[in-house]
Design a protein around this ligand. Structure first.
Ligand code: F6R
Length: 622
């Protein structure tokens, strides 16, 4: 949600900022803007609604904005509708228009996050003569910094730290001050922000891909820290305004990892990267042929002391938790609860002693997951983050971190990060089961062997994609799709349904197959598509029966099952087979056809596959 970029150096800033913003498009946005200044001159602000090319057109691809220092923003509306006036950057001056042009202003800034007490702060600023042109909390934040800057005649860092103490909520703020040409000042709390350095330049961005073309050296600014950025120099400050030092990190992944690499969409590329993402994640957890969780700091002794596991996450990451629940319960024989982070954070769930709370998150920045992690820590639980983005807030705040190695995921709809999370959770379950003596050494060996074969089996499923492409052209005009399954198959159905609805905009629902009769079956009409996931031998016949019940009410049936279950063709209209594996780990294979089906359906409907409407990649607000 919202993307921020900043640059100061010897080159023209606007083209660099536009390029950076284009690499943050995946985060979701509805308007964009730039502020660029040339030496002592006032900042020039240009904003546009809609896609980034409108802003590029308005600025002649950045060429009409002259200056070597600037900030840029893609906005995902929270306070106020998507309009030029509400788009960032915002200015401190009492201007009458939309805050665009060469506005007489001491402070100009962009912001990602939500200022919760903005109404109260706005009242205060109105009393002090400030006038507002937009509905945004960001304009309030920029004017509050300006207020402290002038009232106390202090420098930008002190004005920022005073503001940080006064505001509640989350922010990554980047500001330029009229009196400080060539410098950008930033502050961060609970919203992602990285700072990059190069010899004669400095950069800032919400995410690494925005600046990777220019530098691989980045700082992960901490919560409640501020920074002062000038060409070739970055200084960090704590809330007292005292200088602090932060480690410089070198980004090792290839810039090509964040490019489409010949695929039509990032999503298709990322679907095909799954064998690698899964293999890399698994290999990172293996040492001398054994699963080794020491990098995550989880010793066998800690694992043996656990009495309960709670998994909290949002969206697809929550679906990973749902799948992991069945595997953990069955292998580790430990009570497992899976909660939506947005619910968990506001419930007063009694926390049993020695509970491990696992927070699963690709971005490591999801606001609800982060809040849930903090609640779990407050309640005395041990916490483990399963996270993809290195250095993200959730990774930094959890007691232990298990990194998935999916690499940068750009498409809004997750695929490879989901698969990397699944394999990480499966490996975790196997190791926990072994450490607690719940499985024998032979079973341990068997499970490890089966896990190691998953990447190749995913590759085999991908080879069969043309059939799904064909099938998708048949279902492209569906109004409703139901995904059903029992046990692990239910968890897979949840993910299949979310993938379908979020990128094809076809209404879909996932149901535990046994629940259909309790209401939903009344929605089945002639030709309603029902997709059954049938990978669990013990539950196979029961789900087939539920599918047949739907067929007798007019439904058209698709089944996903494992090789050899050919009898299913007697009952369903279209069958997809995936290779056999130990049934605990089948989610990694059965989800692939569902991802492909969603992908091709979105393409066939002519939709923006990588950036579905209203969605953001990293949901940093509640
Ligand atoms: C769906 C999807 C989302 C995310 C959810 C959590 O395709 O990507 O449902 O899974 O927003 O995001 P993270 O994993 O970053 O916490």
């Amino acid at each position: 949600m919202c993307g921020i970029v900043g640059y100061t150096g010897n080159h023209q800033a606007a083209p660099i900022l536009l390029d950076g913003l284009s690499r943050l498009e995946y985060r979701g946005y509805d308007s964009a803007g730039l502020a660029v200044r040339n030496g002592e001159a006032l900042a020039e602000v240009v904003k546009a609604t809609g896609k980034l090319y409108h802003l590029a057109d308005k600025t002649d691809q950045g060429r009409s904005l002259i200056g070597t220092c600037g900030i840029g923003h893609t906005r995902w509306a929270t306070h106020g509708d998507p309009s030029v006036t509400n788009a960032h950057p915002h200015v401190s001056g009492n201007c009458s228009g939309s805050g665009s042009g060469s506005v007489e202003s001491d402070v100009v800034g962009v912001h990602n996050g939500i200022i919760e007490n903005f109404a109260e702060l706005k009242e205060k600023l109105l009393r002090h003569g400030y006038r507002f042109y937009s509905d945004t909390d960001t304009e309030v934040a920029v004017k509050l910094v300006d207020y402290y800057y002038k009232k106390y005649r202090i420098g930008p860092i002190d004005a920022l730290t005073r503001t940080m103490v006064r505001v509640r909520g989350s922010y990554a703020l980047a500001l330029m001050f009229k009196d400080y040409p060539g410098e950008i000042f930033v502050a961060r709390k609970d919203s992602p922000l990285i700072i990059g350095t190069a010899e004669d330049a400095a950069y800032l961005a919400s995410d690494v891909p925005a600046i990777l073309k220019y530098t691989r050296h980045v700082y992960y600014i901490d919560n409640l820290q501020a920074a002062r950025i000038a060409p070739g120099s970055v200084k960090f400050y704590d809330l007292n305004g005292d200088e602090v030092s932060l480690p410089l990190t070198e980004i090792t992944w290839d810039a090509a990892a964040a490019e489409k690499g010949g695929y039509e969409h990032f999503m298709l590329k990322e679907i095909h990267e799954q064998p690698t993402a899964v293999r890399d994640t698994l290999n990172s957890l293996l040492k001398d042929g054994q699963i080794d969780l020491s990098a995550a700091g989880l010793t066998d002794e800690t694992i043996r002391s656990l009495t309960q596991i709670d998994i909290v996450a949002c969206g697809s990451a929550w679906h990973v938790g749902m799948a992991a629940q069945y595997v953990l319960e069955d292998l580790v024989k430990i009570p497992v609860r899976v909660e939506l982070a947005s619910e968990f954070r506001y419930r007063s769930i009694p926390m049993a002693e020695n509970t491990l709370v696992i927070v699963i998150s690709q971005s490591g920045e999801t606001a609800d997951s982060l809040a849930a992690l903090r609640v779990a820590k407050e309640r005395g639980a041990l916490t483990l983050a399963v996270v993809n983005v290195v250095g993200s807030t959730i990774a930094r705040e959890a007691d232990h971190v298990l990194y998935t190695l999916a690499g940068p995921e750009i498409a809004v709809a997750t695929t490879k990060a989901y698969s990397a999370q699944l394999i990480a959770m499966d490996a975790l379950a196997v190791q926990m089961a072994f450490a607690r003596g719940a499985i024998s050494p032979e079973q341990y060996g068997h499970f490890q062997e089966e896990l190691s074969l998953i990447p190749d089996k995913i590759r085999r499923v991908l080879e069969d994609k043309e059939r799904l492409q064909w099938f998708s052209s048949k279902i492209v005009n569906s109004h409703d799709i139901f995904f059903i399954g029992r046990g692990l198959d239910y968890a897979i159905s949840l993910e299949g349904s979310l993938k379908m609805k979020e990128i094809s905009y076809i209404h879909s629902e996932a149901y535990a197959a046994g629940e259909l009769k309790h209401g939903t079956i009344s929605l089945i009409e002639n030709n309603t598509l029902v997709i059954g996931v049938l990978t669990q031998s013990q539950l196979f016949e029961k789900t087939v029966s539920n599918m047949v019940e739907c067929r007798s009410r007019g439904a058209y049936l698709m089944g996903i099952t494992t090789n050899g279950n050919f009898a299913v063709e007697d009952s369903v209209n279209f069958t997809v087979y995936v290779p056999r594996t130990d049934e605990h780990f089948i989610s990694s294979l059965a989800v692939i056809p569902l991802q492909l089906l969603a992908y091709y359906t979105s393409v066939n409907r002519g939709l923006d596959v990588d950036k579905p409407r209203n969605l953001a990649k990293s949901v940093t607000v509640e």
